[in-house]
Design a protein around this ligand. Structure first.
Ligand code: FMN
Length: 363
């Protein structure tokens, strides 16, 4: 019997497949389908720091300015998330209706409550944030609503040239410490890849109390419309190619820090999940693959996983976790700079050059 069980954030999960935060987790029925299709846990779509702040500002404004203007302020629609404004999700035909992406802070709590009652796998709520502050107290309400854990997605674009990398890292750690001091449920921290000393920063997040690191956020990258001279918001779904950056960093960090490691970004197939496990991840998360293929894709990946493990005589996922991490492999230089020169040197123009593809001389 092939054992897919893993542990994540202190929970025993029946499988390492996790549905990451997306509009798919906005419907209770989808959460049930994810559980049935083999998800070990689900992450809910995010509640945004901006929403919490806006709500409390409106409340304050309403209380101090009288009921008339409060009623007026209620009709104000916050321009909250980039996700909400995106018209184009790339190749997917099962694009969700983004106009209903978010329910606001109170609606979110109610949804966490219903979600936790509806499935028996851990329901991980998600806070999407940029800075420490009083709004963090909202994490407590999420805990009270019944979330098994909280994923803190720190999504900050440091565009100010006066702000240094170390200041930014300090802010991240302060935010994690604040949230950890506010709640008792485990906290996973979802990060982008753009830190100059990732291994050191991971250790600082460990010290700040993070129970897991989720690598990596895919940053929103606006495109430029040359005809209308406009900046165009886009969200494209990932491919397995994006997994490599995650594998690299999980393999490097494995065994060096206490928090569990999770991979998000580029997990589409059973092979991607197997690589994630061997690099050292406890769970492999999927969004793009589910948006593209539907929730049933989880079941296919689960079956493929079992088939591969049987064929290769693996009894359990635990057995393979970390087996190809930097500290486990016979040739650790494959993960390091030494290999960079070797790989560049191995590129053969005659096998990959554009003329092979008929791109020169109009051929
Ligand atoms: C349409 C869409 C909505 C998303 N919403 C959220 C969100 O609310 N919170 C969050 O932390 N990540 C969100 N993500 C990011 C995903 O959880 C995931 O980390 C990312 O898409 C990379 O994984 P993938 O390659 O499996 O898609 C969203 C992604 C997409 C495509």
């Amino acid at each position: 019997m092939t054992d897919l069980a893993t542990t994540y954030l202190g929970f025993e999960l029946k499988s390492p497949l996790v549905a990451s935060a997306s509009p798919l987790s906005e419907e209770i029925d989808n959460l049930r389908q994810m559980e049935d299709a083999g998800a070990g846990a689900v992450i809910l779509h995010s509640l945004f720091e901006e929403q919490i702040i806006k709500e409390s500002e409106e409340l304050h404004h309403g209380l101090s300015a009288g009921t008339e203007s409060f009623a007026e302020s209620l009709t104000y629609l916050p321009e909250v998330t980039q996700y909400k404004q995106v018209p184009d999700f790339g190749a997917s035909s099962s694009v969700p209706d983004m106009t209903r992406y978010n329910r606001g802070p109170e609606g979110y709590l109610e949804y966490v409550r219903r979600a936790a009652e509806s499935v028996s796998i851990p329901v991980i709520a998600s806070l999407n944030a940029t800075s420490p502050g009083g709004w963090v107290k909202h994490a407590q309400k999420i805990e009270e609503a019944g979330a098994s854990a909280l994923e803190l997605n720190i999504y900050f674009l440091p565009t100010d040239p006066n702000v240094s990398g170390s200041e930014i890292e300090k802010t991240y750690c302060e935010l994690v410490t604040q949230v950890k001091n506010t709640i008792r449920i485990p906290v996973a921290v979802k990060l982008g890849p753009y830190f100059s000393a990732m291994a050191n920063f991971a250790r600082e997040l460990d010290k700040a109390g993070a129970d897991a690191l989720v690598l990596f956020n895919r940053f929103y990258q606006p495109d430029l419309d040359l005809e209308n001279l406009e900046v165009v918001p886009t969200v494209n779904l990932s491919t397995s190619q994006e997994l490599l950056l995650r594998l690299h960093w999980v393999a490097i960090l494995y065994g060096h820090i206490r928090p569990d490691l999770a991979i998000t970004g580029g997990v589409h197939t059973a092979e991607d999940v197997l690589k994630s496990m061997m690099a050292g991840a406890r769970v492999a998360m999927m969004t793009s693959a589910l948006l593209r293929n539907g929730i049933g894709h989880l079941d296919q990946v689960r079956k493929d996983l079992i088939r591969w493990m049987e064929e290769h005589e693996y009894e359990s996922v635990r057995q393979m976790q970390g087996s190809l991490a930097l500290r486990s492999v016979a040739n650790p230089s494959a993960f390091e700079r030494a290999n960079y020169m070797r790989v560049l040197g191995s590129y053969r123009l005659h096998s990959f050059g554009p003329w092979r593809m008929g791109m020169t001389n109009g051929e």
